[in-house]
Design a protein around this ligand. Structure first.
Ligand code: A2R
Length: 312
């Protein structure tokens, strides 16, 4: 089996590459020209998904059994600051991948990675959120991922393409950028431990509840869907359990053993925040047998270890 990972130099891509290699796939990974990647045991190609002809040429360059489309402007915060770029990469870029599949008469499977953020403002009666729930995106990033999902669903139906759609809820783990909340808190704690900052932890909205899954479980779900997902269908990938950012923060402080003061930083509050996001993961579980295996404490401990190692 030969897999193509588009946007593989990012946080998830590195874990997915490792997972697929362990599962004996032959792997081709694309990255942006300015990104570095330690290409051991797999092929690397530079690709900007906004360049349609390059996307098409890449698909013509090999026979892939599965394409995992991860390339994205993946930050909600940046999507408020740069909506144009977010729309270009997440919608136009995804459309380039879909059109290249159509034009090259691609026969393999494709997994398009969307987000639990697509559901947006959720009524408590809709929790846990099943895939058929109406989308009410609450930010620019979520809107673009909702659009990618719709385009992918339409292309699967209209052109008979074997496209599987994912809505991934928050994923966390060692190596994640500090733009994301859990990694941010762990990094700040380690900087405090090392005496690099005063013992004050700066936080945003602590009351929001999110559904967090270890990235190593997430990529296992993608691999399962790359084999067993049904064309045109959307699958939630999450833990199935919402937990408040405050609970996460408490766990991080407890597991690190640090003595810190918590201060709310206005700059970390987003213009619109969605109060509760929790996935119903029944569909992927019954289709593929997937269930998350990592517990939150292990993920947090590994993430703190990652930052400690980086600051050694
Ligand atoms: O923005 P960069 O330089 O870090 O590169 C990101 C890359 N990317 C692109 N690749 C090709 N053409 C583009 N025009 C383009 N713009 C950005 O996609 C990065 O290497 C990769 C996405 O990785 P991360 O930002 O680390 O996201 P992560 O956490 O790996 O999430 C993977 C997927 C994304 O679709 C998320 O929206 C979704 O899972 O949650």
């Amino acid at each position: 089996m030969k897999a193509l990972i588009i946007g593989g130099a990012g946080f998830v891509g590195k874990y997915l590459t490792r997972r697929l290699l362990e599962d004996k796939y032959e792997v081709v990974v694309t990255k942006m020209e300015n990104e570095a990647i330690d290409a051991e045991g797999f092929e690397v190609a530079d690709l900007d998904i906004l360049d349609y002809l390059s996307v098409k040429a890449l698909l013509e360059s090999g026979t892939f059994s599965c394409i995992f489309h991860l390339a994205a402007q993946s930050s909600v915060a940046l999507s408020w600051k740069n909506p144009q770029l977010t729309v270009d990469v997440n919608i136009k870029g995804a459309l380039n991948v879909l059109d290249a599949m159509r034009e090259t008469e691609y026969k393999g499977k494709a997994v398009l990675i969307g987000s639990g953020e697509e559901y947006g403002t959720i009524d408590v009666r809709e929790v846990p959120i099943a895939e058929k729930t109406v989308l009410r995106p609450g930010n620019i990033y979520a809107a673009t991922k909702g659009c990618q999902n719709m385009l992918g669903t339409i292309y699967a139906k209209a052109y008979g393409l074997d496209i599987v759609l994912v809505r991934a809820f928050n994923h966390i783990g060692p190596g994640q950028s500090e733009v994301f909340v859990v990694s941010d808190f762990c990094k700040q704690i380690v900087e405090i431990e090392k005496g690099l900052r005063e013992p004050i932890l700066r936080v945003g909205n602590l009351e929001a509840k999110r559904d967090f899954t270890d990235v190593r479980d997430v990529v296992r779900a993608y691999e399962y869907l790359g084999r067993m997902g049904k064309a045109g269908e959307t699958y939630n990938v999450g833990s199935g359990k919402a937990i408040s950012i405050r609970e996460i923060l408490d766990a991080i402080i407890r597991l690190s053993g640090a003595d810190v003061e918590v201060v709310v930083d206005e700059n970390k509050l987003r213009p619109v925040d969605v109060p509760v996001i929790e996935a119903d993961i029944g569909k992927i579980s019954s289709m593929t047998g997937w269930k998350p295996e990592y517990d939150l404490e292990t993920t947090i401990t590994d993430t703190i270890k990652y930052w400690r190692k980086l600051y050694e």
